[in-house]
Write a protein that binds this ligand. Structure first.
Ligand code: HEC
Ligand code: HEC
Ligand code: HEC
Ligand code: HEC
Ligand code: HEC
Ligand code: HEC
Ligand code: HEC
Ligand code: HEC
Length: 398
């Protein structure tokens, strides 16, 4: 019987329905008329899902017993997790197909779909936010494909951070064959495996591994701002627990919303065009150098890429919604006047920067037309391609 239910466990444990049922049944104890083979199995599974006091199904005790030698650190973290105390075991996330040292390749991938069986809200929010698109937007960049594969394959380089994005089943298969179980699951970047700690995810350090460095120095900006310094002083016990100090999450994940998105975004270009004629002209030049508009100002196929990867807010409403949400958060601690003035300063900086950038683009553009600089063949127009980033052909374009 034990053996039968063991193999049935492995057979059924990958079905969403079962995982959902296990979770629900655990809470709502239990089945009363055990009439069929299936229900007997559910009964055993439910007991296991109710916590460490019940007999765990054989499959999981097998995993743990062997992994205490194979990967002791993982077992320790899992034992410390609320998953372990709630009976969410190895089999529920990895399936039960892999049972020996020889069949490691059969271990299942804990994709967000697997987490969704028990945490549908977080997965749905995440899927609607910008993080979910990180893999897509990275692959949409020409620069990604100029880099030598040895520098990018295997969640190195761009993928080291952009692994947070959702991947298709096909992509997961390819990556798993190359790398094993790493970089496929998205959900383990802020609450890292196998603790999956909500406390860890609430601290700004959870964002630090990616939101740092010269092209997105949010950690450096935050940790040296009054907001960040105050929070760090709270962490080391200098300031009292209830001293006010916003974290990245306070401003970007209000009420635990997993769907992150800002008004301006990374590239700080958006539609509709601004009313200020100079700014509108500068932004048109930038859109042309992004390859989104052709020299006549008409949309190119790249606009579809931008749309798919949600790189820019394309309507006033899309932008305003995020701006209003953010303003509401600041106003929990500051006056409306301070907030309006501070955000306006930010917008003004974007306008000034657009001025400088557009001027530089026009200079390079003229050098292409005059034949002083050689335009690379794969550039469609007489514009430097901003999406080549640091891989621009010469120092002048860079
Ligand atoms: C007889 C020993 C043994 C048993 C039983 C066992 N494993 Fe493993 N498992 C291993 C070894 C060895 C590795 C490879 C570790 C290494 O390379 O250092 C591994 C690797 C894994 C991996 C990583 C796969 C990858 O591609 O990197 C996962 C996930 C995993 N096991 C989960 C489980 C689960 C879930 C169970 C129970 C259903 C289980 N293991 C049962 C020995 C075992
Ligand atoms: C079979 C159901 C199940 C699956 C699958 C599952 N979880 Fe959980 N998870 C739980 C339960 C039960 C809790 C404890 C909830 C509670 O205390 O209310 C929990 C708690 C959590 C917490 C909060 C931990 C804390 O410190 O309080 C996080 C974060 C989490 N899970 C993330 C994940 C991620 C990421 C995945 C996928 C890799 C996942 N879970 C898969 C059932 C599941
Ligand atoms: C809540 C879901 C969940 C549970 C429970 C869980 N894992 Fe994992 N496991 C993951 C995720 C997510 C990954 C990362 C996969 C990736 O990045 O592609 C992972 C990766 C792994 C890896 C390979 C990565 C590495 O760091 O070596 C091993 C080995 C592993 N798990 C073993 C286990 C064992 C053994 C247990 C039970 C003690 C277990 N897991 C329980 C979600 C889970
Ligand atoms: C960008 C970082 C980040 C990523 C990625 C992330 N989380 Fe979270 N998660 C958080 C934060 C922050 C919290 C705490 C929210 C709060 O304060 O209520 C949290 C809380 C949770 C909780 C506990 C909710 C509760 O109310 O107890 C669960 C469950 C969870 N996340 C699941 C997931 C799943 C599933 C994924 C993958 C789709 C995921 N998370 C990806 C940051 C993240
Ligand atoms: C006090 C609130 C607040 C805190 C704390 C905060 N941010 Fe922001 N963040 C903002 C505002 C406001 C914007 C600009 C929004 C807009 O586009 O109008 C922004 C923009 C961003 C952007 C979009 C690109 C950019 O740089 O403009 C990212 C990414 C980001 N923040 C991440 C983080 C991370 C990571 C942390 C923590 C290290 C953090 N933020 C801390 C308020 C905050
Ligand atoms: C594993 C790396 C990683 C971690 C950890 C991470 N992020 Fe991100 N984040 C990214 C990437 C990559 C993007 C760009 C996504 C894209 O391509 O659309 C991004 C985008 C964002 C954006 C959207 C900016 C925009 O364009 O509007 C916000 C806001 C953000 N992250 C906040 C956070 C916060 C807050 C945390 C911590 C709780 C966090 N991130 C943790 C990698 C990460
Ligand atoms: C250290 C982590 C890290 C590395 C490495 C990294 N990125 Fe990013 N990337 C991020 C973060 C974080 C954001 C979001 C920043 C923001 O909004 O200010 C981002 C944003 C982007 C965006 C903008 C997406 C959007 O929709 O706004 C693109 C495109 C991008 N990265 C491409 C790449 C490429 C190509 C590489 C490799 C050459 C790369 N990244 C390497 C962390 C990283
Ligand atoms: C959780 C409360 C909280 C939130 C939310 C918050 N702040 Fe702050 N902020 C503070 C505290 C506390 C200080 C330090 C005040 C001081 O220097 O005496 C501060 C300082 C500042 C300062 C430095 C100027 C000064 O008065 O010292 C600026 C600018 C600022 N915040 C802007 C913002 C903006 C813009 C937002 C929203 C994007 C925001 N803050 C959200 C609490 C908050």
């Amino acid at each position: 019987m034990a053996r039968q239910s063991g193999s049935l466990t492995s057979l059924l444990s990958r079905s969403r329905f079962l995982a959902k049922t296990r979770y629900r049944v655990c809470r709502a104890i239990l089945v009363n008329n055990i009439v069929s083979f299936f229900i007997v199995s559910f009964f055993l599974l439910s007991l296991a899902a109710c916590g460490p006091s019940a007999d765990p199904p054989r499959a999981t005790s097998d995993c743990v017993a062997c992994h205490q030698d194979a990967t002791p650190g993982i077992v320790i973290d899992w034992e410390l997790s609320t998953h372990s105390t709630n009976g969410v075991d190895c089999v529920m996330c990895h399936g039960g197909d892999h049972r020996t040292e020889e069949d490691v390749a059969l271990a299942g991938v804990a994709t967000p779909d697997v987490c969704a069986t028990c945490h549908p809200i977080q997965v749905e929010q995440f899927a609607g936010g910008k993080h979910a698109l990180a893999w897509t937007s990275m692959n949409a960049m020409p620069t990604t494909h100029f880099l030598p594969m040895a520098l990018t394959e295997g969640m190195k380089g761009c993928g080291g951070c952009h692994r947070i994005g959702l991947k298709s089943e096909e992509e997961i298969k390819t990556i798993k064959a190359q790398d094993g179980l790493f970089g496929l699951s998205s959900c383990d970047v802020c609450h890292t495996r196998h603790l999956f700690s909500v406390k860890e995810a609430r601290e700004p350090q959870a964002c630090r591994t990616c939101h740092m460095g010269f092209d997105h120095p949010q950690w450096e900006m935050y940790s040296s701002s009054k907001h960040g310094v105050r929070h760090l002083l709270k962490q080391n016990g200098t300031l009292p627990e209830h001293a006010q100090a916003p974290t990245c999450q306070t401003c970007h994940m209000p009420e635990g919303d997993h769907g992150v998105r800002t008004a301006w975004g990374f590239l700080a270009v958006r539609l509709p065009m601004p009313e200020d004629p100079q700014w509108a002209e500068d932004r048109a030049t930038i859109l042309q150098a992004l390859g989104v508009l052709d020299p006549d100002g008409n949309p190119t196929p790249r606009l579809d890429v931008v749309r798919q990867a949600d790189v820019a807010r394309l309507t006033q409403e899309d932008w305003q919604r995020e701006r209003d949400r953010m303003t509401g958060i600041c106003e929990q601690c500051h006056s409306e006047n301070l907030v309006r003035a501070e955000l306006a300063k930010g917008d003004e900086m974007i306008r000034e920067t657009d001025r400088l950038l557009a001027e530089a683009i026009r200079i390079v553009s003229a050098l292409y037309r005059d034949g002083v600089l050689v335009r690379p063949e794969h550039y469609a127009y007489d514009y430097p391609d901003l999406l080549a980033f640091h891989d621009a052909p010469s120092r002048i374009e860079q």
